[in-house]
Ligand binder design. Structure first.
Ligand code: SAM
Ligand code: GLN
Length: 301
């Protein structure tokens, strides 16, 4: 038996001296060499998932040896992370708005930026009051619509997606989060499944990456479904369509709220405010990095 930790994960289960502390240190160094941004955090989240514990447990059990089967499962995850699968896709879940969402290869991993959109929408829905009914178009995991249902007891929601696999994940998340009775799910192209319905607010984080930027996105993002990311030549295709099709579905005094990519906010605000029966100025909200991230346009009273 060797006492020197191995260099590659293939050897993780041949070396039987691993403790929680030593395996984390080894993985941190390994991930760092592979160019992963948050090597220590990723190692901890993966190991906590294997052990079925909270991350904090790792810190008070550094000297605890790992079982063979735990190491074998962990090794597979480490190999996948080194091939730039995201941690969320490896463990099959992601925290968003303090809630746990199932994610699969059919869904985008919900991003912290999108919490800004949810918070801004919730604030405005509260002011409007009156049992708001919302649509979350392109719902993916259901992150936006289901969070709003959880945050606000009086909200009901329609969640749509063009991907049936994604919509199935959203339905599963609705059940897990105990909000299924407040939601309806429709498969279809943008507003097509919403014809004849009315909403206090239409909310979306549509695909917004411009064609020429697609090749430069992080390897983890490249593994996400292209239908969740590609926004056409200038990234604005979905906003143009929403500007045309969404306003007639919004009740007077209601709003449309969308997440936008870097540098897109002014163009999206212009598109939405030019639509008929929309107020002529829109709100633009910045994310924590100071990037204009959310556009909110109001329907006239
Ligand atoms: N709302 C989720 C979130 O914020 O995490 C997912 C957002 S992801 C950027 C965009 C979503 O829109 C994907 O789930 C994708 O399948 C869906 N989508 C793409 N084109 C669509 C279309 N034409 N109609 C409806 N949904 C569409
Ligand atoms: N925020 C995602 C990213 O750039 C893109 C999601 C989208 O197109 N709406 O990683």
């Amino acid at each position: 038996m060797s006492c020197k930790p191995p260099k590659e994960p293939s050897a993780l289960n041949k070396f039987d001296m691993w403790t929680i502390g030593s395996v984390l240190k080894w993985t941190q160094d390994y991930f760092e060499k592979k160019g992963i941004d948050t090597p220590r955090l990723d190692a901890e989240v993966l190991l906590a998932d294997v052990l079925g514990c909270e991350r904090i447990y790792l810190y008070v059990n550094f000297d605890k040896p790992l079982e063979k089967d735990e190491l074998a499962r962990y090794r597979k995850m480490v190999e996948k992370r080194a091939r730039r699968f995201s941690v969320a896709h490896i463990i099959g879940k992601k925290e968003f708005m303090g809630l746990t969402f199932k994610v699969t290869e059919a869904t985008l991993v919900p991003r912290p930026d999108t919490e800004i959109l949810v918070g801004a929408a919730a604030e405005r829905l509260k002011k409007i009051g009156n049992a708001p009914h919302i649509a979350d178009i392109g719902t993916g995991t259901g992150a936006i619509g289901l969070s709003l249902c959880r945050l606000m007891s009086e909200v009901t929601a329609v969640l749509t997606d063009i991907s049936d696999a994604a919509l199935a994940v959203a339905e599963e998340n609705a059940a897990n989060l105990n909000v299924a009775d407040k939601c309806r799910f429709f498969l279809g192209d943008l507003t097509a499944p919403l014809a004849g319905q009315n909403f206090t607010a239409i909310i979306a984080n549509p695909p917004y990456i411009a064609d020429e930027q697609l090749s430069g996105i992080a390897p983890e993002v490249q593994r996400e479904p292209i239908t969740a990311l590609a926004g056409g030549k200038d990234g604005l295709d979905f906003y143009r369509r929403l500007a045309n099709d969404a306003p007639p579905l919004i009740t007077p005094g209601g709003f449309m709220a969308v997440e936008v990519g870097i540098g897109e906010a002014a163009s999206v605000a212009e598109l939405f405010t030019a639509a008929s029966n929309m107020e002529k100025t829109a709100e633009i909200i910045k994310d924590l990095a100071g990037i204009e991230r959310v556009v909110i346009a109001w329907k006239q009273q």
